[in-house]
Write a protein that binds this ligand. Structure first.
Ligand SMILES: Cc1cc2nc3c(=O)[nH]c(=O)nc-3n(C[C@H](O)[C@H](O)[C@H](O)COP(=O)(O)OP(=O)(O)OC[C@H]3O[C@@H](n4cnc5c(N)ncnc54)[C@H](O)[C@@H]3O)c2cc1C
Length: 479
């Protein structure tokens, strides 16, 4: 089957030879639901009515409720019912949930955010939550309307890339628990029932190694609001998730894992969501190509369908190749995370190799999604810029995929750090089977690593970009 044959079928692509027929049929039914119902709801959320914040009830009491247009909750709950979070708890594997996420993202990448952060919350609790959190785990893994949603709130107003300097939220011991005080500046799934929050215990060192991870329920033990939603952000895209500013005002919190190892746990949470982001980017790429193909088959230019014009056809085939490669990279990162996600510090070499793969995947798939979103607009001509047709939305959504979960700079610099510290590029090249071009990659990376730090950082982009492209191409060739 060629890439073109699979363009319209997100379910086929999500299973892509690595899941049983039962799963394919289930995902196909989920995709059909999106065609029949979900797309219209998602379009309205994007264009007409995103989230609205109701701060008070009519008596004047704070309720901080996020309100949505009709149908939103159906759309949201459908993914939980399909097991986007619960399947990991049930099977011990992240892959079934990621496959559901692929289909979700084909139709609405922003909606995959609540599912992803809920999954990341579950993973952290399953690994580090301890016996007191089994009730929370039970609620997060329901498949019906009573499911609890999770959230992962690290970023503060001072900046998200440099968490060591940017996190000012303070954690103070109180009785047999902790209290958090501070403000989270980008808090997606703002009304989640349970949030994972990065904070600094009062006596902890400065920098990232002083950060700890806490679980903060929406309701305190006395059922009062445990955090305040100060406002919701008005975003260019991902309007299917409510992103807010959150006030923690002595919020009751429970530590997740050893507070001294908080930064490792934060990175583990990011692993889950960076891989999900890569999967969402691949799905968006597929969608951009499917929409463009449908248009180009019918649009007649100079007497023949646009797709038959040699220049256009060449561009389209090139995009298909890039999609296949980005997709191979995203699913390789998912497969490797699935093999190492249960590890705890100190990690194996395979875990470090996965980290490099995840940085490459997050970076490269999002870059390709942005490029495909822009090209889809161009390929539709003027209609690409008209909101009625939803093509411009692909680019808006892709731009967010490139920034959240760490910008391209972050992926490059963190990828560079893991190569410098652990030497995992060599490991990755060998894991790929030393394919053609390996010596050139090795030489470029080793030459970069030999330079002084400032030069190394200044020159990382072409090397990292080349390595990401080459890795994606090698993975696609091996499929
Ligand atoms: C819609 C949306 C939802 C979000 N939801 C969440 C959420 O739920 N939880 C959460 O924790 N965060 C969330 N974020 C925040 C997101 O993770 C951050 O925006 C991102 O990590 C970048 O941080 P920043 O915006 O503070 O930019 P900054 O960290 O201020 O960076 C500004 C620029 O400087 C660059 N930069 C930084 N350091 C370097 C360097 N050393 N060299 C070169 N360039 C550098 C960055 O790449 C960026 O281009 C969300 C963001 C958005 C847009």
């Amino acid at each position: 089957m060629t890439v073109v044959d699979t363009l319209d079928s997100p379910a086929d692509h999500a299973v892509d030879g690595c899941a049983g027929d039962g799963e394919r049929e289930r995902l196909q039914r989920y995709a059909q639901w999106w065609h029949a119902h979900g797309e219209a709801i998602s379009r309205d959320v994007d264009r007409v009515g995103g989230a609205r914040l109701q701060l008070h009830d009519r008596i004047g009491r704070r309720i901080d409720r996020v309100c949505w247009s009709a149908g939103y909750r159906d759309m949201l709950l459908r993914g939980y019912a399909e097991g986007t979070v619960a399947a990991t708890h049930e099977t011990g594997s992240l892959l079934p949930g990621y496959r559901v996420g692929y289909v979700t993202s084909f139709f609405d990448p922003g909606l995959y955010c609540p599912h992803t952060v809920s999954l990341a919350t579950l993973v952290a609790l399953e690994k580090y939550g301890g016996p007191g959190t089994s009730d929370w785990i039970g609620r997060l893994t329901r498949r019906d309307g009573s499911v609890w949603q999770g959230a992962t709130w690290m970023t503060e107003a001072a900046g998200g890339s440099d968490l060591g300097a940017g996190v000012e939220t303070r954690a103070d011991p109180a009785g047999d628990g902790w209290r958090l005080t501070g403000e989270k500046h980008f808090a997606s799934n703002a009304d989640a029932e349970l949030a994972l929050v990065a904070a600094r215990p009062a006596d902890a060192p400065t920098g990232v190694h002083g950060l700890a991870l806490f679980a903060v329920p929406r309701l305190a033990a006395d059922q009062s609001l445990n955090f305040r939603i100060r406002r919701l952000k008005d975003k260019i895209a991902t309007r299917s998730v409510a992103t807010g500013e959150i006030g923690l005002e002595g919020s009751e919190a429970r530590p997740v894992g050893d507070p001294g190892q908080g930064i490792y746990l934060i990175m583990e949470v990011l692993n889950v969501s960076r891989v999900a982001n890569s999967i969402a980017s691949a799905a968006l790429l597929q969608r951009a190509l499917a929409e463009t193909l449908a248009f180009a088959r019918e649009r007649i230019v100079f007497g023949q369908p646009l797709i038959e014009q040699p220049l256009f056809r060449r561009q389209f085939e090139d995009r298909c190749r890039r999609f296949r490669e980005a997709s191979a990279l995203a699913w390789a990162a998912a497969g490797e995370l699935d093999a190492v996600w249960q590890e705890t510090p100190p990690y194996s070499q395979r875990y470090h190799r996965f980290r490099l793969l995840a940085h490459l995947a997050k970076y490269w798939t999002a870059e390709q999604a942005v490029a495909a979103g822009r090209w889809a607009i161009e390929a539709h001509g003027g209609n690409g810029l008209i909101v009625d047709y939803g093509i411009e939305r692909l680019l808006r959504e892709a731009l967010v995929l490139s920034v959240w979960e760490g910008t391209p700079h972050r992926q490059m610099l963190d990828g560079l750090a893991v190569m410098a510290r652990e030497g995992v590029h060599e490991d990755l090249i060998r894991w790929l089977g030393d394919p053609a071009g390996a010596d050139r990659q090795r030489a470029d990376i080793d030459a970069l690593l030999a330079r002084p730090r400032a030069e190394r950082e200044a020159e990382v982009e072409p090397v990292f970009r080349g390595f990401a492209e080459w890795t994606a191409s090698a993975l696609a060739a091996a499929r």
